[in-house]
Design a protein around this ligand. Structure first.
Ligand code: NDP
Length: 332
């Protein structure tokens, strides 16, 4: 499927009289947006945000037409920036890709140099895409908890949406750092997968989806929440004195029906995490952590590789919460 000329395959989202529509199209390089580095994309990956962009379930796309895909990895084919030369293997995550600038669901990209990171030699492009925005976000959450001053001897940690992309990395990274991890999942059949990643306890998603008391038994010292809504409110109510929850997701909704009780009566902290434009130093710290703490076996366990031809259909299924771990897209 690799193009022989400047024509390449892409998934493009258009907004026409028929509404929001995503489809495979042939494009040419002159249709690419402005940028100083040209990249042949070898791998991408499906994130929840890509599913939202493709289905139009939430307003992710900020200009039309748009190529979705917040993550991409590949080889530089042309550069007008001193930091990159043809042949460099690079990765890009976030930075408005798939929202405001053409993203990774295509065989070619033209990007700003400061969005690109040269891939560490220890990682292949496929492994980098297994990590992608999901792994980076999980690592940023772990760092947020650590920078806040929390450590495993203070008590157990909890991860919601644990069988999903961010959740899987959060479980693996926390367990590797010595935390006793409770994995919250709506899929009991994923218990073995979650235990293999390092979870010691499995909790049904249902245990957190009904509104509870403002303060509840103090079950956790720390948490990483990908769900939001009532789930996050319950996590805050179950966090022990001086504990913290790192919140990064909203698969359960954008609202947060909580009270000030956990904050003012238990000193609980809510730490917001975003991965689109973290400070460079933080991004580097997160990638180093991922490279050091994740082994290839764990990466393989949490990823499935699909051809580009299946990417459109699979991206639609991620919004239903039906995907385990990460789906890597192979462009060739
Ligand atoms: P995935 O779809 O891979 O994982 C989400 C998981 O959440 C599902 O696998 C499922 O896990 C659980 N889930 C799904 N629906 C619900 C529901 N209604 N209630 C409770 N749990 C549910 O998505 P990602 O891991 O890629 O992303 C997770 C969240 O993090 C998204 O909201 C995404 O937008 C956000 N995100 C934020 C970033 C940031 O920069 N802040 C960056 C990346 C992602 P299980 O079956 O185990 O319950």
């Amino acid at each position: 499927m690799q193009p022989s000329s400047s024509v390449f395959k892409a998934i493009r989202i258009d907004q026409g009289p028929g509404g929001h529509n995503a489809a495979y199209v042939d494009m040419t390089e002159h249709e690419l947006m402005a940028g100083d580095v040209d990249v042949d994309i070898s791998h991408s990956a499906i994130n929840f945000k890509d599913g939202l962009a493709i289905t139009g379930a939430r307003p992710v796309v900020r200009r039309y037409p748009m190529i979705p895909g917040v993550d991409l990895a590949g080889r530089v084919t042309g550069s007008r920036h001193e930091s990159f030369v043809p042949g460099d293997v690079v990765v890009a995550t976030g930075c408005g890709l798939g929202e405001a600038h053409f993203g990774g669901f295509a065989q070619k990209a033209r990007l700003n140099a400061d969005w690109l990171v040269k891939l560490p030699k220890s990682l292949t492009p496929a492994q980098a895409m297994t990590i992608g925005t999901a792994g980076l976000t999980a690592a940023l959450c772990v760092l947020a908890l650590e920078h806040y001053g929390l450590s495993p001897e203070m008590g157990p940690a909890v991860v919601t949406g644990s069988a999903g992309g961010v959740g899987s990395f959060a479980v693996a990274l926390l367990a590797k750092s010595g935390w006793r991890v409770t994995a919250v999942t709506g899929r009991a059949e994923e218990a073995d997968y979650l235990r293999a990643l390092g979870a010691q306890d499995i909790l049904s998603r249902d245990a957190l989806t009904t509104s509870g008391k403002l303060l509840q038994p103090q079950n956790f010292a720390a948490g990483i929440d990908t769900v939001g809504g009532v789930t996050l409110a319950n996590l805050l109510a179950q966090t022990q004195f001086d504990g913290a929850i790192a919140a990064c997701g909203n698969v359960g909704g954008m609202e947060l029906p909580t009270s000030v009780a956990p904050f003012i009566l238990r000193g609980v902290a809510l730490l917001g995490v975003e991965s689109v434009r973290p400070r460079l130093a933080l991004r580097q710290e997160a990638w180093t952590r991922l490279a050091n703490d994740l082994d290839v076996k764990a990466l393989e366990a949490m990823s499935e590789t699909i051809p580009f031809t299946q990417a459109l259909d699979r991206a639609k299924t991620i919004v239903k919460g039906a995907i385990r771990g990460r789906i890597v897209i192979e462009m060739a």
